[in-house]
Design a protein around this ligand. Structure first.
Ligand code: SF4
Length: 438
């Protein structure tokens, strides 16, 4: 049996733990928090997300969801129109009417999220009061909650944080004193099942996942609960769980072989699982993932990458690309830097990494052009112009939509970065062949 290789680092090397951060507060280019509905509606299967917003909001989630709008939808928009904006119609009465229509047509809905938007904030529609009012009406039938996905307040991954934080007060109190583990953050079912199998193999029984697949199986929480974040953007949810008495196990995030191993090891360690048992339980998956990464390392090694702030996954992904695939980090931008949640990740970054928080997009574009990286990770709005300038880009949003956590997905995650470089190579080869022919 091979031992689990501990993190390779000089004890005196603190990586970027104390590194200075360039803080910018200018114009930014990101999607709003409504975007999270696209992956969350697939997770909680008896929930419905009702955006209280404009036609723009409706178009955003419909176009982001693509063909999903033709399936039985688990999201929709209550349109705020000119009459609501002008104060002619009573927006609360309109909203109550839409909710009644929806719930009478869809008795399968057991949890309803009223999702705030820029327009609902502009007209100061109090969705928490609306949720409380409607909850009284639908007591014992439908749980009605609210959160904001407004672009005024959120980046696109904060929608999930706001949604899960709104759900924490609904979690039943834990009735047992026995320690229990909760994994927090939306994971595709297939990834959740892989982690559940690994926890069982280690001897960790009864691990709960939040959010659950059904609103009727909400995990319990209490002083005995320890939780691991599966996503780095869940600051509010972590705070709400801590207020319910739970303990946060801070760990590297489960991206790549190293991150997944350290994340699982943190869980095993907190439960007193012997190191041998942990090594045995993870060995096959770990070694298979290491082998699968090799072919991508050949393509990515030595390539220079620049991250614009977008998904809040940037720092863990930069750690994975730098340490497991040999990429060189030119700048790693993140919308928000939660130092406590990311302390292990920061310590694993090369100490000379340029870190930035927030955005002043024109200044950052200048820095990016000056660096001329091989690959730029950015939002959709920046990708096309940068491609036109000859830079190779990767859409950050794809990293949130795709299954990327855990051992089995490590090579897929690497491939997401390798593919644009391959595409660019093929394009250059074709262009030079055409030049020779002409
Ligand atoms: Fe646009 Fe705001 Fe609606 Fe998002 S919430 S789609 S930023 S109007």
């Amino acid at each position: 049996m091979s031992a689990v290789i501990p993190i390779q680092r000089d004890a005196a090397d603190k990586g970027c733990a104390d590194a200075p951060v360039l803080r910018e507060r200018g114009q930014r280019e990101v999607f709003c928090g409504l975007t999270g509905i696209i992956w969350m509606h697939r997770k909680i299967q008896d929930a419905f997300f009702l955006v209280v917003g404009s036609r723009t909001c409706a178009h955003l989630i419909q176009s982001a969801a693509g063909v999903m709008i033709f399936a039985e939808p688990r999201f929709g928009t209550a349109i705020i129109d000119e009459r609501d904006l002008a104060g002619i119609a009573d927006a609360n009465e309109e909203l109550d009417r839409v909710v009644r229509q929806l719930l009478s047509r869809r008795p399968d809905i057991k949890m309803l999220f009223l999702v705030g938007s820029c327009p609902s904030e502009v007209i100061k529609l109090d969705l928490s009061r609306a949720a409380a009012r409607l909850s009284r009406e639908y007591l014992n039938q439908v749980r009605i909650l609210n959160y904001s996905g407004s672009g005024i307040e959120t980046t696109f991954t904060q929608g999930e944080d706001a949604c899960l934080a709104s759900l924490v007060p609904e979690l039943p109190p834990s009735e047992s004193d026995a320690p229990s583990l909760m994994v927090v953050g939306c994971l595709p079912d297939v990834v959740e099942d892989q982690f559940a199998r690994l926890f069982t193999a280690m001897g960790l029984e009864g691990v709960q996942f939040f959010p659950p697949r059904s609103s009727r199986s909400l995990p319990s929480v209490g002083k005995n609960t320890r939780f691991l974040l599966a996503q780095p953007f869940l600051g509010e949810t972590a705070r709400a769980l801590t207020e319910r008495g739970a303990t946060h196990l801070v760990a590297p995030f489960p991206f790549g072989v190293e991150g997944t191993t350290e994340w699982l090891r943190t869980a095993a360690h907190s439960a007193g699982i012997p190191a041998e048992r942990f090594a045995q339980a993870t060995q096959v998956s770990r070694e298979r993932a290491q082998r699968a990464l090799e072919r991508h390392r050949e393509r990515l090694q030595g390539k220079r990458i620049f991250f614009f702030p977008d998904s809040q996954l940037e720092i863990p992904l930069a750690r994975f690309l730098s340490r497991e695939l040999g990429m060189h980090l030119t700048e790693v931008g993140t919308p928000y830097l939660h130092r406590e949640h990311l302390k292990h990740e920061l310590a694993l970054l090369p100490s000379n990494t340029v870190l930035s928080e927030g955005q002043d997009v024109e200044k950052q574009l200048d820095r990016c052009r000056a660096q001329a990286p091989d690959l730029v990770v950015c939002g959709l709005g920046l990708a096309n112009p940068l491609e036109a300038e000859g830079l190779t880009t990767k859409w950050a949003i794809e990293l949130v939509f795709s299954p990327v956590h855990g051992y089995e997905q490590s090579a897929d995650l690497a491939e997401l970065f390798a593919r644009p470089l391959l595409r660019r190579e093929k394009l250059s080869t074709r262009t030079s062949q055409e030049a020779v022919c002409s």
